[in-house]
Design a protein. Structure first.
Length: 208
């Protein structure tokens, strides 16, 4: 039986990779695999968001994005979930509060691309997030400098783990964050939407 909430053993390190996934693309898969390897994660959960609080445009319907994400990300240690819709949370800080209460034995790590670190100080309760979960940031084309110079990176510069210690991030006590310069993939959902690739990609994933 498929459980509504992912099952995970005590003591496991779970990377939370939140996104609109509108549509999902190979960049998301790449970040997931790089992060799993770099930060010593046991599992990654893709949190398909009901809607980014900072984006005005609402995403495509959840069922469509979930189906496409499940087809795109097939890996035994990665789970694609609509848990935020089930919990009724949208802001990441609220999701993390709820997940920590639901899974007290699990160590969560928040994962994101460098563009989100550049904007992180605009997120609701962003300091709470920094203070309770380690954060793994993966390089994204064109975003290296803006991320490193961002208010969040500067405020928390003392707690940045050196790249060489990245495999310790999953076990680190927050605040702790790490930026990895993995090889980058220059893909975005915006670009795919502009090319009308959403429909084409969905059709090819579902074998139509
Ligand atoms: N090519 C990429 N390289 C690194 N990180 C990425 C890449 N694409 C997406 N991400 C990260 O994946 C997470 C989810 O991103 P999202 O679903 O918004 O995709 P996106 O391509 O950024 O979409 P959009 O163009 O609509 O903003 C974010 O943390 C984002 O930084
Ligand atoms: O909590 C916030 O205020 C907040 C603001 C912007 C983005 N987020 C989260 O960041 C993740 C990436 O969002 P997106 O739209 O860039 O894929 C997704 O899980 C969003 O819910 C969260």
């Amino acid at each position: 039986m498929k459980h509504a909430f992912p099952q995970v053993g005590a003591g496991q390190i779970v990377g939370l990779f939140g996104g609109s996934f509108d549509p999902p693309h190979r960049g998301h898969v790449h970040v997931t695999l790089e992060a799993m390897k770099a930060f010593g994660l046991d599992r990654v959960w893709w949190l398909v968001s009901p809607g980014n609080p900072l984006k005005e445009r609402g995403p495509a319907p959840m069922a469509q994005r979930m189906a496409a994400a499940q087809a795109m990300m097939r890996h035994p240690r990665v789970e694609v979930t609509d848990i935020e819709a089930r919990l009724g949370t949208r802001a990441t800080a609220d999701t993390i509060r709820r997940l920590r209460a639901l899974y007290p034995q699990v160590r969560f790590v928040w994962l994101m691309g460098a563009d989100n670190l550049a904007q992180f100080h605009q997120w609701q309760d962003w300091r709470y997030i920094m203070d309770v979960v380690p954060i793994g940031v993966v390089a994204r084309p064109g975003e290296r400098i803006s991320a490193r110079m961002s208010p969040a990176a500067r405020t928390y510069r003392k707690w940045r783990l050196d790249g060489q210690a990245r495999h310790l991030l999953g076990q680190a006590q927050a605040p702790a964050w790490c930026f990895v310069n993995a090889p980058m993939i220059d893909l975005s959902s915006t670009g795919l939407r502009a090319q009308g690739e959403w429909i084409a990609q969905e059709a090819s994933l579902s074998g139509r």
